[in-house]
Structure formats: structure tokens, C-alpha cells
Design a binder for this molecule. Structure first.
Ligand code: FAD
Length: 467
């Protein structure tokens, strides 16, 4: 092992290899659910250095855990506790390599923090629309490796749909130069789409070319109170009809999720009174501020008249709009503060969501009285974070130990029966690997395993994750 580490140090220099000191930031996941022990942390500063690391790992048969911002929620980005897995952090690969304004594209390295990519695009007068609550720490490579979704998928799609090209280092240390800015390229199998969403199991993403969009002239945000999920779905239909492509965000928060925020983060203002469902809507208007406001006011008036909304507030300035978003994006933090919960990142056809929520809430209440369902997420994409919290007075760890398997079975069976997915945007990692093995179409699983074997025959890339 020391020969391997010596060779790595020689290639990367002192700054490029961490073997001693406190490595916990690389070893433990954001939720503190997975506590690992790394062999070392390699921090290459260029694609060539990543390739050199992979060649050495291949030669010495060392397993590698690629890591970006380590904000993943399924235990994919941290090592196991064997002390034999190398963390490969992309955090020193932070260069924006270029912006092509006429082609509306940007090329950046995998270690660029998402917020930095957004800022670089804005600096060129354009919009990079990928946006999620972890954007101050998650990194472009991690976003692509997980095919991240976030709050703007409704209009712009997820990370996959925003990506034009990739640069990838393979398990044997070869470099695939796929950094194309082309929107059309039918020259065989789509390798780009194979690596996107592969969670570090097929190759190391070192850079990407991403699509940019015009900046909207005005962005308006509102909160609306709905009495039921049926009403929230009716509001979504109305908003789509009235605003079309200008509807860029449609998020929901149930009563329990905002009550949890009130308890854990009492400093955050909650402008509407407690409602069964609070919806956050965002319009991005290409015409003018006046046009945006007219569309929004007309839409909310009609919703109030039809009775699918009970109360609504449009943010009056950017600070207020940010405060509305902050409220929504603080739910995961409030949950983290409250202790571990049973997370479900599910997607369903929007039409199936009201019945799912009603039936599942009732089934869980019957299963264990006092259980709290913290239900929030991207309703516009049919994606709910349907998280189940321990009854008051029950320790989270004991709750997970006793009930996680049974609750997962209840929730995922219902999701599967309705044609949904057990992972809408967070991926599989370690958390859902067994679940995937049981629930994914067997032919799809066999094809996935063949691809894994073909690209990583020694199983060195993120072993034990995904497949
Ligand atoms: P990491 O956590 O470091 O890694 C994630 C996975 O990708 C791991 O399997 C890792 O091995 C692999 N990986 C990382 N970098 C590379 C690379 N360069 N090449 C190959 N594999 C790599 N996700 C959403 O989709 N939508 C949301 O709205 C959302 N909200 C969140 C809110 C909070 C508060 C938090 C903490 C997380 C949220 N997430 C969300 C989850 C997470 O932020 C995303 O999955 C994000 O894309 C992960 O990026 P990262 O750089 O942190 O990746």
C-alpha cells in the first residue's frame, strides 16, 4: 500500500494527496448517515492528473470513490469503513474553461461549485438554470454524475438535458475527449448520456460543456395556500395554461414540513398562515416586469375564484422572493437538525399524486400512530420528497432500525403500483441499491451490469454503489 501512496504522492505533490489529519469531511456524508474511513484523499488538479491516479489505481487494484461537493443524499460519495478505498476529490479542478456566447454554452471543470457556474454564465449575460438548495457546495461533476434535478426542471430539464458534452477519465486511466458544444451529433452510441447519472461507477467526469439560456427580463415568486393536493394539482394545470413556458418553478410543502421549519428554524418568516399545502410558484418572463406581474396576478385571481387557492402572496422585491425560496430550501436543513428520517425521493405521474398522498398518509398513520410525514418537493416534475420522521419521543436511530424496511416496502410498493420511480433525482448510491435490485426491470438490470463490466471489469469505480 505504501508503494501505491508513494507513487501517488510523487505524481500529485503534497497538496494533491491527504493521508493524515482530520479527513472526516471527505469520509462522512452530508446526512451523517454513512461514516467511512478512507485509504487517502487524492486531489488532482487536472484531467491528466486524474488519469494518472486512475492508472495507478488500476495497476494496484485500488477502489476509488469519486467525490464532488459531498452533498449527495444516498451514500454514494464517501468511502466504506474498510480503510481501503481512495477518495478522489475533484475539488481542485475549478476552472471555467470558456463561454461561447453565440453557441450559448459554457465549458467548466468538474470541481466548479454550481453557484460559480451560475455566476460565470450570469457574468456573460446568460443563464445557467440548474439550481438546487445545495448549489453553494455541490459541484458540476457531481451534478452530472447524479443527473441532478432541482427547482428549474419544469422549464429547463435536469442536468442531463442541460449537458452537451463531457470529458471523462476511464477506469484504466484513458481520457475520453467528448467536450462537444454540438446540439446535434448522431455518430453512434451516446456515451455522454451513459456517464450522466452513473454515480461514479463508470468513469470520472473531469469537465463538461453545458447549455446556457437567455436571462429572463423578470422573475417573480409567489406563495399560495391550498386546501388539498387535488387543489395544488389544479393550480399547476392553471399555471401551465396561463403562463406556459414562463412557469419555471412549482414547489409544494405540506403542513408538517413548514411546522418543522418553524420549530427548527424559528427565525424564518412564514408569510402565509398554516395551510395543508403551501405552493411556491415562480414565473420567469421574457417580455417585461409589467407583463410578468399581469400574468401572475391574473393567474392567482383565477385560482382564488375557482377555489383551488385560499390565500396568496406575490413577493414584492428580490429580498422577499429570496425569503420565499429560502423557506422552501430550508426544509432539508430543518430535517437534518431534527435527526435522521426515512427518505423517499419518489416520482409519479402528476395525476397519480393526490391519491398516492391521501392513501399513503393514511397507511403510515395506521402503521405507527404519531409518525410525521414531511412531504415537499417539485410537484411540477411529479417529484416528492416523501420523508417519514419518528413520532415525538422516539430516537431517530431506533426508529430507522425498527421501521425503515417496513415503511420503505409500504411506500415503494405504492409508488411501483402507480408506475412511479424510487429515485427521482438523488440517485441510488448505497441507500437504494438493494431496493433497485428488487424493483428494477430484470432486463434493465442485466444490461446495466453488462455495461459496468465492460467499462470497469475490475470493479474499481465506486464499488458497492448503484449496481
Ligand atoms: P457528491 O455528493 O460529491 O457525489 C454524488 C455522486 O456522484 C457520488 O456517487 C459520487 O461518487 C459521484 N461523483 C461526484 N463527482 C463525480 C465526478 N466528477 N465524476 C464521477 N462521479 C462523480 N439533488 C437534486 O437532484 N435536486 C435537489 O433539489 C437537491 N437538493 C438538495 C438539497 C440539499 C440541502 C442537499 C444537501 C442535497 C440536495 N440534493 C439535491 C442532492 C445533491 O446536492 C445532488 O445529488 C448533487 O448533484 C450532488 O453533487 P455533489 O458535487 O455534492 O456530488
Amino acid at each position: 500500500m505504501s508503494t501505491f501512496l508513494d507513487a501517488l504522492r510523487e505524481r500529485l505533490g503534497e497538496a494533491g494527496l491527504l493521508t493524515a489529519g482530520d479527513l472526516s469531511a471527505y469520509e462522512n456524508d452530508w446526512r451523517k448517515r454513512y461514516v467511512g474511513k478512507a485509504l487517502a484523499v487524492a486531489r488532482p488538479a487536472s484531467t491528466e492528473e486524474v488519469a494518472a491516479v486512475m492508472r495507478l489505481c488500476h495497476q494496484h487494484r485500488i477502489a476509488v470513490v469519486p467525490q464532488g461537493g459531498n452533498t449527495g443524499l444516498v451514500g454514494g460519495s464517501t468511502p466504506d469503513d474498510s480503510g481501503r478505498q481512495l477518495v478522489l476529490s475533484l475539488s481542485r479542478m475549478k476552472r471555467i474553461r470558456g463561454i461561447d456566447v453565440a453557441n450559448a454554452s459554457l465549458t467548466a471543470e468538474a470541481g466548479c461549485v454550481l453557484a460559480e457556474v451560475q455566476a460565470a454564465a450570469a457574468g456573460a449575460g446568460l443563464l445557467f438554470p440548474l439550481s438546487l438548495a445545495a448549489e453553494g457546495s455541490c459541484m458540476l461533476g457531481g451534478n452530472l454524475a447524479t443527473n441532478a434535478g432541482g427547482t428549474q426542471v419544469l422549464r429547463y430539464g435536469n442536468a442531463r438535458e442541460l449537458c452537451l458534452g463531457l470529458q471523462v477519465v476511464t477506469a484504466t486511466g484513458e481520457i475520453w475527449q467528448g467536450l462537444s458544444g454540438l446540439r446535434k451529433d448522431n455518430t453512434g452510441y451516446d456515451l455522454r448520456d451513459l456517464f450522466i447519472g452513473s454515480e461514479g461507477t463508470l468513469g470520472i467526469i473531469t469537465a463538461a460543456t453545458m447549455k446556457l439560456y437567455p436571462q429572463p427580463k423578470e422573475r417573480l415568486t409567489a406563495l399560495a395556500a391550498c386546501a388539498s393536493m387535488d387543489d395544488a394539482v389544479a393550480l399547476l394545470g392553471l399555471a401551465r395554461e396561463r403562463a406556459g413556458d414562463a412557469l419555471t418553478g412549482f414547489e409544494v410543502m405540506n403542513r408538517a414540513s413548514l411546522a418543522l421549519v418553524a420549530r427548527e428554524l424559528p427565525q424564518l418568516a412564514q408569510p402565509l398562515g398554516a395551510a395543508e399545502w403551501t405552493v411556491l410558484l415562480e414565473l420567469s418572463d421574457a417580455e417585461s416586469a409589467e407583463h410578468a406581474r399581469n400574468v401572475f396576478e391574473g393567474l392567482l385571481e383565477m385560482a382564488l375564484e375557482r377555489g383551488c387557492v385560499q390565500d396568496a402572496a406575490i413577493a414584492q422585491n428580490i429580498q422577499q422572493a429570496k425569503a420565499f425560496w429560502h423557506l422552501r430550501e430550508s426544509i432539508p436543513l430543518a430535517q437534518a437538525q431534527a435527526g435522521l428520517n426515512i427518505k423517499h425521493d419518489i416520482s409519479l405521474p402528476v395525476s397519480a399524486i393526490p391519491a398516492f398522498v391521501t392513501e399513503m398518509d393514511a397507511a403510515l398513520a395506521a402503521y405507527l400512530p404519531g409518525i410525521a410525514v414531511i412531504d415537499f418537493g417539485h410537484l411540477g416534475d411529479g417529484n416528492l420528497h416523501y420523508n417519514v420522521q419518528a413520532p415525538a419521543g422516539v430516537a431517530p436511530a431506533a426508529f430507522l432500525g425498527a421501521h425503515e424496511a417496513a415503511i420503505n416496502a409500504l411506500v415503494y410498493d405504492a409508488v411501483q403500483q402507480r408506475g412511479g420511480s424510487i429515485s427521482a433525482e438523488h440517485g441510488i448510491g448505497r441507500l437504494k441499491r438493494e431496493e433497485l435490485a428488487q424493483r428494477k426491470d430484470p432486463t434493465a438490470l442485466a444490461l446495466m451490469r453488462s455495461i459496468k463490466r465492460a467499462l470497469d471489469p475490475l470493479d474499481l469505480l465506486n464499488p458497492g454503489r448503484l449496481v
